[in-house]
Ligand binder design. Structure first.
Ligand SMILES: [Zn+2]
Ligand SMILES: [Zn+2]
Length: 251
């Protein structure tokens, strides 16, 4: 009787999605694609083009130049195109727009209170292990802290929130709340969309007091930033004029 074959196996504990970095893409790639011509005049795949045989054979008559297998067995291989300029990732364009719209062009900080940013970051840490209740508790802790310590600085808030979050994470390490996956995802999306909506609308930067720049997007490919002009009144007061002072197009 043949001995039972042991099949190696692993139980998945989690799954996450992300984007490859430039270094990872170059490591995975079998060659850079530099030739804009797919096929030559005889219909043969052009070298360094999108149909280059190093990426896999086109049909049954060809053999892969990388793994030397035929059309049915070659798994296909990745190539890459080196871009001469930095370009937006179209998948993240909307988020990039929101981030730039909520940023100060003078001091490069987000134009929302520091407490809001630290609260969101710590709430996201809690959600990583599914602590839904703790998310609301942390918000209540911050409200009480701000009531008791009016005029406190961002560093104190950051320290208090990270200590409290650490404590909550330690206390809940053994509880299995990861099953509420949908609730956790909903809560994460809600926190982030609330952050975009309610905390990106201040007219002046709370950090450097500069006026807000106007950011417009065009066809998911271009962002236009209009800087505000500060006019000095006779009384010595500074007034921000809404009209465009200068236009900058970010490619
Ligand atoms: Zn191959
Ligand atoms: Zn600023």
């Amino acid at each position: 009787m043949a001995a039972a074959r042991e099949v190696p196996w692993r139980r998945l504990t989690c799954l996450s999605f992300g984007m490859y970095t430039g270094v990872e893409i170059r490591k995975l790639s079998v060659k850079p694609i530099t030739n804009p011509v797919f096929l030559d005049n005889a219909g043969t795949p052009s070298t360094n083009g999108l149909y280059d045989l190093s990426l896999g054979p086109l049909d049954n008559k060809e053999v892969c130049a990388t793994c030397v297998q035929d059309f049915n067995h070659c798994p296909g291989h990745l190539g890459h195109i080196e871009l001469p300029l930095t370009v937006y990732n179209p998948l993240f364009f909307d988020k990039l727009f929101l981030l730039i719209r909520g940023s100060c062009m003078s001091c490069c900080h987000l134009t929302c209170p520091r407490a809001t940013i630290h609260l969101l970051l710590n709430q996201l840490k809690l959600l990583k292990i599914g602590l839904l209740q703790a998310v609301h508790e942390l918000e209540a802790v911050l409200s009480r802290f701000l009531e008791d310590n009016a005029g406190t600085c961002g560093a104190d808030i950051e320290e208090m929130l990270s200590l409290k979050t650490e404590e909550m994470l330690q206390n809940n390490q053994l509880r299995d709340q990861g099953a509420h996956v949908k609730n956790v995802c909903d809560c994460r999306n809600k926190l982030i969309s609330q952050f975009w909506k309610s905390h990106m609308n201040s007219r002046r930067c709370p950090n450097c007091k500069a006026g807000r720049s106007l950011v417009r997007k065009e066809h998911n490919s271009k962002l236009t930033v209009t800087y505000p002009t500060v006019v000095l009144q006779k009384s010595g007061e500074q007034t921000i004029v809404e009209e465009a002072a200068s236009m900058y197009v970010l490619l």
